[in-house]
Design a binder for this molecule. Structure first.
Ligand SMILES: [Fe+2]
Length: 358
């Protein structure tokens, strides 16, 4: 297949020069159009986008520099200027104005062909570069479009997941509530206890600066802390007189029973370890493991504070709830031994108890 001949426009007011150039360039395989310049040159430039323009500088009607400017502003066509020997200053000037190169008259064929080749190579590179930039921009746009599309899909999925999670969470907390009420029904002394515990614990946990995730665990643990009582005989739980040693031992099993039940439920691991420690004392004198201080999970220490407060302040069938001052006094008395003194301070100073009506 014959190679496509590359198009060159030669502009010179002197016909002999145009003719010589046309002969040389056609012989070298180029497709040459010649023009004497003048006003009509702009129409010629607009009609066909030539791959190369060879243009004389000094011409009577329209100056070569104006043609150069016109071409540079509109097309990718490189321009080689033709200049006389005495015209080097102008030659430098046209280079500044964007000419690809200049060739001195009289033109030497080899010089001209070499310069033409370089100019065409330059144009090819320029166009290739522009094409690559265009492809790159298109690729970026399609990528951005895809990212936007995916982000939108993800947002919808996230919303769906959030709402499903919300539904499950509210269902779980309702289950925990039902379970808590079942425990309360078994132990007639603790009516309303679990729900009050929930508010006291979450409030104290919030004041203690617990993260949202830990507050959530605490909320479950506060509701379910006495879950283990399902494994303790109701007669013992509801006995009015003092418990025997054996009965006491039975009651003391409830944290471990709850731990066992909860640790079998996925996602309740964190709750299980809190519930297991809610009867541990700060000085290590509690049960079942006799752990002390910060070895006891803070959530369990919070439950212990709220548990003592609620046990003393709430009404029982055989007695009225104690006055708030007496309860707080007792809490201060056991701060540092049974309870975490820092949490007791926080409980009292920020009046956490005022959130709950007995
Ligand atoms: Fe308990």
């Amino acid at each position: 297949m014959e190679a496509v001949r590359r198009s060159i426009l030669v502009v010179d007011d002197e016909e002999p020069i145009r003719k010589v150039l046309k002969t040389h360039l056609t012989g070298a395989g180029y497709d040459v159009v010649q023009s004497p310049g003048g006003k009509g040159i702009f129409d010629t430039l607009e009609e066909t986008e030539f791959e190369l323009l060879i243009c004389d500088i000094k011409m009577p009607e329209v100056d070569g520099v104006d043609i150069l400017k016109y071409t540079r502003e509109r097309f990718d066509t490189p321009v080689i200027m033709l200049t006389g020997l005495t015209d080097t200053a102008t030659a430098v000037d046209v280079m500044k104005k964007g000419a690809f190169d200049y060739v001195m008259k009289p033109v030497r064929k080899d010089d001209l062909l070499g310069t033409i080749q370089k100019a065409l190579d330059y144009r090819d590179l320029l166009l290739r570069n522009r094409q690559l930039e265009l492809e790159n921009t298109q690729y970026q746009h399609s990528l951005e479009h895809k990212v936007r599309e995916r982000t939108g899909e993800l947002r919808i999925k996230t919303k769906e997941l959030e709402s499903a999670y919300g539904a499950i969470k509210s269902m779980s907390i309702q289950f925990a509530n039902v379970l808590a009420e079942t425990i309360e029904a078994k132990d007639r002394y603790t009516r309303g206890h679990c729900n009050r515990m929930r508010y006291l614990c979450v409030e104290l946990g919030r004041k203690a600066g617990l993260s949202a995730e830990r507050l959530e665990l605490l909320e479950y643990a506060s509701l379910l802390h006495d879950l283990g009582k399902v494994g303790v005989n109701e007669l013992i739980l509801n006995k009015e007189g003092p418990l025997t040693e054996a009965e006491c031992a039975k009651v003391r099993e409830h944290p471990a029973i709850a731990e066992k039940v909860l640790s079998d439920i996925p996602l309740m691991d964190g709750v299980a370890s809190i519930v297991a420690a809610h009867h541990e004392n700060f000085d290590g004198s509690g049960y079942p493991k006799n752990i002390a201080g910060t070895k006891i999970p803070v959530e369990a220490r919070i439950i212990a504070v709220a548990d003592l407060y609620d046990a003393m302040s709430s009404d029982r069938p055989y007695r009225k709830g104690l006055a708030i001052e007496i309860v707080l006094e007792e809490m201060e008395r056991v701060a540092g031994t049974q309870l975490d003194a820092g949490l007791v301070r926080l409980f009292i100073d920020s009046k956490v108890y005022s959130y709950v009506k007995n």
